[in-house]
Design a protein around this ligand. Structure first.
Ligand code: 13P
Ligand code: SF4
Length: 363
C-alpha cells in the first residue's frame, strides 16, 4: 500500500507547520549537495518556498537531468517524477513525496489503448509515415512508445517546435494525450481544420473517424483533456473585459480553443510567469491556469493587479495540492527506507530517447 497522509507516522501528521518547516530545513542542511528539491509552479506556496528550484515541467526535467545529487525529491505529480527518474544517472534516486499525486489527463492515454490505435491507424493509412508525439503529461510507457517509433516528447513550451520537427520526418503526427494543446498548436501552425482529426479512444474502430478523414488528416489528436484547464469559458473573459476594460487575459494552451483565441496571449507556465514578471507595475492581468500559481503570482507581484480567470469554479489541481509539508518532512527524513520511483529498464531506455529529443528540440 502506498504511504500517504493517512498512513505516514503520527509524528508527521500531528506536527505543526513551524515544526515541519524547521525539520525540512534541518534535513536539507544535513544532506547539502546530496539532495535537490524540485517544486512545480502549481505546488502550494509553502512547498515552493522550501524548494531549491521552482519551474514548469520542461525546466524541471532539464534541471533534473543536470543534477548530480544522490536524492532528487520532486514536488509535483507522478509523470514529472518519472521523467526525472528516466533522465537521472544510475547513482540517483527520485522521490515523489506524496505517491498519490497523479495526473488524470496522463491516465487518459493508457498504453494498451495507444497500441490498439497505432495499429488501426497504420492499417488505415499504410502509405503515410506517422510520427508519435507525446505531451510530457503522459505515462513512462507512452514516452517509451514514442522513443521506439521515431517520435518525441514535448511540453507546452515547445509543442510548436516539436510539431515542426515531426513534419520534417513524416507526413502525419499522432499526438497524445491532450486534444486541446494539440488543437491550439495545430492552429498556431495554420493547419486547416479538415486536416485535424480527433481520436476518441473509447471508440474501438478508428477512434470515431472514417478512413478518408484519416487520409486527409495531418494531425491526429488523442481525445484527452485536463479537467482544470477545461473549466475556463469565453464568458469569463467577456465578463472580465466588461468589468476591467484595460485587463489583459493570458491562458495556458491546455484551455479549449475558443478560450485561447479570445485571450490576449496563451503560453506555457513559464510564458505566464514571464508575462507577469515583465508586465509594468499597475497592470491588470487575469490568468487562466491553475489557481496556486495565480495565487503565488498575485502574492509575489503585489504592485500588479492579478486576477484568476474563473467563473463559479475553482481551477485547482487537487493532485498538485496533495503534497503537504507533512509529506515533504516525512520523505526527507526517510529517504533510505521509502520507495523511490522505479521504472523497468527497457521503458527507461526508450523513454529516454524521446525525452532527449525533447531537450534537443528545445535547444
Ligand atoms: P507545464 O508543462 O507548463 O509545467 O504544465 C504542466 C501541467 O501539468 C499543466 O497542467
Ligand atoms: Fe494534470 Fe491538469 Fe493537474 Fe496539469 S493541471 S497535472 S494536466 S490534471
Amino acid at each position: 500500500m502506498a504511504v500517504t497522509f493517512n498512513t505516514i507516522p503520527d509524528e508527521y501528521r500531528i506536527a505543526t507547520d513551524e515544526d515541519l518547516k524547521a525539520r525540512i530545513l534541518a534535513r536539507k542542511a544535513e544532506l547539502g549537495d546530496q539532495l535537490v528539491v524540485l517544486t512545480h509552479h502549481y505546488q502550494r506556496r509553502e512547498i515552493v518556498a522550501l524548494g531549491d528550484y521552482a519551474g514548469d515541467s520542461y525546466a524541471l526535467s532539464k534541471i533534473a537531468s543536470q543534477q548530480d545529487a544522490e536524492y532528487i525529491v520532486f514536488c509535483g505529480v507522478h509523470f514529472m517524477a518519472e521523467s526525472a527518474e528516466i533522465l537521472s544517472q544510475p547513482h540517483q534516486k527520485v522521490y515523489l513525496p506524496n505517491p498519490l499525486a497523479g495526473c488524470p489527463m496522463a491516465d487518459m492515454a493508457q498504453i494498451g489503448n495507444v497500441l490498439y490505435a497505432w495499429d488501426a491507424l497504420n492499417k488505415a493509412v499504410p502509405d503515410s509515415k506517422i510520427i508519435p508525439i507525446s505531451y510530457m503529461n503522459s505515462t513512462a510507457d507512452l514516452k517509451a512508445f514514442c522513443g521506439e517509433n521515431d517520435g518525441a516528447v514535448c511540453t507546452s513550451s515547445n509543442a510548436e517546435k516539436a510539431f515542426k520537427w515531426a513534419f520534417e520526418r513524416g507526413e502525419k503526427i499522432f499526438f497524445f494525450p491532450d486534444e486541446h494543446l494539440g488543437t491550439n498548436t495545430a492552429n498556431t501552425l495554420g493547419i486547416p481544420k479538415d486536416q485535424i482529426a480527433i481520436w476518441d479512444y473509447k471508440d474501438r474502430k478508428l477512434g470515431g473517424n472514417g478512413v478518408a478523414d484519416l487520409q486527409r488528416a495531418r494531425v491526429i489528436l488523442w481525445k484527452g483533456y485536463c479537467h482544470v484547464h477545461t473549466t475556463f469559458r469565453t464568458e469569463y473573459i467577456e465578463k472580465m473585459r466588461r468589468e476591467i476594460p484595460d485587463i489583459k487575459i493570458i491562458v495556458h494552451p491546455e484551455c479549449p480553443e475558443d478560450v485561447v483565441q479570445a485571450a490576449d496571449a496563451s503560453g506555457s507556465t513559464k510564458f505566464i510567469v514571464d508575462y507577469v514578471t515583465n508586465a509594468p507595475a499597475g497592470s491588470s492581468i487575469a490568468i487562466g491556469t491553475e489557481i496556486n500559481l495565480v495565487d503565488r503570482l498575485a502574492h509575489t507581484f503585489n504592485d500588479k493587479k492579478i486576477y484568476e480567470l474563473s467563473g463559479n469554479t475553482c481551477a485547482m489541481c487537487v493532485n498538485m495540492y496533495r503534497t503537504t509539508l507533512n509529506d515533504l518532512a516525512w520523505c526527507l527524513e526517510n529517504l533510505d527506507s521509502i520507495q523511490p520511483i522505479t521504472i523497468p529498464d527497457d521503458i527507461v531506455r526508450n523513454a529516454r530517447i524521446a525525452l532527449s529529443r525533447m531537450l534537443e528540440i528545445q535547444g
